[in-house]
Design a protein. Structure first.
Length: 148
């Protein structure tokens, strides 16, 4: 039986999914001469110079960049169910945060396969914003699961 005040895996999972969908996971640094920088969330994008929002623009286009954030959410739920250790949960969270940068590394290194013949960068450069990792780590340390 659950004790009063004990974190519930489903509730924590729902909160983390909402954060993963609505809070920016990265800052898009546009290296093209006439490109715009933007904040990227799964369900929206905020473009800085023209101050405009694009809704549901990233859900498909940036899937490889944000997908590991949802693995972190699953790992947190598993941690609260007693099926995953704190260490492995934090490792998954850390990888989920650095993954967008790792995908952007070939562009930053200006590898030939990332540059179009006209000189434009073909792939986005995303700098992670670790909100999901910080929230997950805070939950794990401040509200640890109760072991029976």
């Amino acid at each position: 039986m659950k004790r009063i005040g004990e974190p519930r895996p489903l509730f924590i999972g729902i909160i983390m999914i909402l954060v993963a969908l609505l809070v920016p996971f990265a800052y898009h640094l546009d290296l093209n001469p006439f490109g715009w920088n933007s904040f990227e969330a799964v369900l929206w994008r905020y473009v800085l110079p023209i101050t405009s929002f694009f809704i549901l623009d990233n859900a498909v286009h940036l899937f490889p960049y944000y997908a590991f954030g949802f693995f972190f959410v699953i790992q947190i739920v598993r941690h609260y169910q007693g099926k995953a250790s704190r260490l492995w949960t934090l490792i998954v969270g850390l990888y989920a945060e650095i993954h967008p940068f790792l995908l952007s590394l070939p562009v930053l290194l200006r590898l030939p396969s990332t540059i179009a013949p006209g000189g434009e960068v073909m792939y986005p450069v995303l700098i992670p914003i670790p909100v999901l990792l910080l929230l997950g780590a805070a939950l794990i340390y401040l509200r640890p699961p109760t072991r029976a």
